[in-house]
Design a protein around this ligand. Structure first.
Ligand code: SF4
Ligand code: SF4
Length: 331
């Protein structure tokens, strides 16, 4: 059954980039070391910030992310520290190389999910985007994780390079025994904003004619699917998560954003200074969240307008939803 997941008013999501370093060079990578720093945060600092961001009353989900978070040698102890600090769920978003013997050093009951990025059902599609050899390495990593009893989901970032292959993913997941699929839409930031950015973006037709149908088929096969709404009809209500939800995207240089689309700019609404989370003075992303435009998301119009379309009167034919608004299909 399909439903749009309303922004959860009482849930908080913390996306903690503990480093920006990665062994891969994916073509759509959104990490931008110039804006996000190049350092690997010390475990002590991460633990301190985790305590600052924990909440005693609100359910808080933590996602360790990078770069490649398993390159951080202290990730196992950080997972334990997060559990102790009261985080309700802990996920590690990884490219599936599983460095530092992470699969040996944590147990399945210490972690809610490994979410693994794979952008094709075969080497030809995936490796063109994520690099030679990455498909084999990632699939073998997932198989090992599943054998060891870790809950494992898959993240597929859809762009013009791999939209035709999305239809093959439900079968691959079924064969591998993965029961949760996140479909993401490519964002024009980080590496994809440098150079051929617009060539990756999907039109409303490309997205609408394939993604919901393939997601529905996957759900019928027993897979839990989550994908972004992306396009809204003119009559559908628009909400900016920055105003109605609590999401924090933390980077090694101490910047804390509430909107991932703002991450290429020094527009963060908070920053860690001497271990404390400090509000940033205007102008920052919070000032943009307040703006109301007929195209929907203001940041989308500013930095990735290639997905907009107008009628002959100059009115937008549809709106772009907040990138954090998701559709969910449960089997
Ligand atoms: S998208 Fe993820 S796996 Fe790919 S280069 Fe960027 S951080 Fe690494
Ligand atoms: S993506 Fe757009 S709508 Fe969503 S939080 Fe950012 S600015 Fe707001």
């Amino acid at each position: 059954m399909e439903k749009t997941v309303a922004f959860q008013k009482n849930a908080r999501n913390i996306f903690f980039h503990i480093l920006t370093r990665c062994n891969l060079r994916c073509k759509h990578c959104y990490v931008n070391p110039k804006e996000h720093g190049k350092e690997t945060l010390q475990a002590r600092t991460i633990q301190w910030w985790l305590k600052e961001l924990a909440h005693s009353r609100k359910k808080t989900n933590l996602i360790f992310i990078g770069g490649e978070p398993t390159l951080h040698p202290k990730l196992p102890s950080l997972i334990r520290a997060a559990r102790k600090a009261g985080y309700s769920s802990i996920t590690v978003d990884t490219n599936g190389f599983f460095f530092n013997q992470i699969l040996e050093k944590v147990s399945p009951n210490e972690l809610d999910y490994f979410s693994v990025g794979l952008d094709g059902s075969c080497k030809e599609v995936n490796d063109r985007i994520r690099g030679k050899g990455s498909y084999d390495k990632c699939v073998s990593g997932i198989e090992t994780a599943l054998k060891k009893g870790f809950k494992t989901s898959l993240i597929y970032t859809v762009s013009r390079w791999n939209i035709n292959d999305l239809k093959n993913m439900p079968n691959l997941l079924k064969t591998m025994g993965i029961d949760r699929l996140f479909i993401q839409v490519v964002g024009i930031r980080g590496r994809s904003a440098q150079g051929s950015g617009d060539n990756l973006q999907l039109t409303r037709k490309q997205w609408g004619s394939r993604v919901p149908r393939i997601a529905a088929r996957a759900a019928q096969m027993g897979i839990h699917v989550i994908y972004p709404k992306v396009f809204l009809n003119r009559a559908e209500p628009f909400e900016c998560a920055g105003l109605v939800a609590e999401n924090y995207f933390i980077f090694p240089n101490g910047r804390v954003y509430q909107c991932p689309v703002c991450e290429d700019f020094p527009l963060h609404s908070f920053a860690f200074k001497k271990g404390k989370l400090i509000e940033q003075p205007p102008i920052n992303e919070k000032d943009l969240f307040q703006l109301s435009i007929p195209e929907g998301c203001v940041m989308n119009k500013l930095i990735q307008p290639g997905n907009l379309d107008y009628d002959k009167h100059g009115k937008p034919k549809y709106k772009i939803a907040c990138c954090l608004l998701k559709e969910e299909l449960k089997p």
